[in-house]
Design a protein around this ligand. Structure first.
Ligand SMILES: [Fe+2]
Length: 156
């Protein structure tokens, strides 16, 4: 942990840094899986899904940036390299053989849900650690992920 005048106890900040970094890795994984879907989807709904999957990517990258900057605001180091993400993400590998729109919708919906669950759990974990700011960050991310899941599943 880096020195800071932040008033939360160091142990609480360290716990939040770990919680944020775990979800940062999963969020970056989701962002890349959304690009995989964006690039590789084919079929009659191509343009709608191609654009929707890019919207998921953009939203995930925005969320990742917010998590990473909360890590550094708390005195931590944001872990966002490809190797850290691969080692720490809670997601399974994307369904690489997915071809048609329906298969990509199912695969990306599973990835969004795979992040939504730990993010929802993190809301209470942060609140219990006395960090309302981090809890609020996860609340916003959770609401965004619920919306993204709806947008993707509505194409199924
Ligand atoms: Fe593109």
């Amino acid at each position: 942990m880096h020195p800071t005048s932040h008033d939360l106890p160091k142990a609480s900040r360290a716990a939040m840094v770990a919680l944020l970094n775990a979800n940062l890795a999963t969020t970056l994984d989701l962002a890349l899986q959304a690009k995989y879907a964006h690039w590789n989807v084919k079929g009659p709904s191509f343009i709608a899904l191609h654009e929707l999957f890019d919207q998921v990517h953009t939203a995930a990258m925005t969320m990742a940036d917010t998590m990473a900057e909360r890590v550094t605001a708390l005195g931590g180091t944001a872990g966002g390299t490809a190797r850290i993400v691969a080692a720490s993400s809670a997601l399974k590998e994307y369904r690489l053989k997915a071809a048609g729109g329906a298969e990509h919708v199912k695969a990306l919906a599973a990835a969004i849900a795979g992040l939504a669950k730990p993010v929802r759990n993190a809301i209470d974990a942060a609140a219990q650690a006395g960090d309302a700011g981090t809890s609020d960050l996860f609340t916003g991310a959770s609401r965004e992920l619920d919306k993204l899941l709806w947008l993707v599943e509505a194409h199924g």
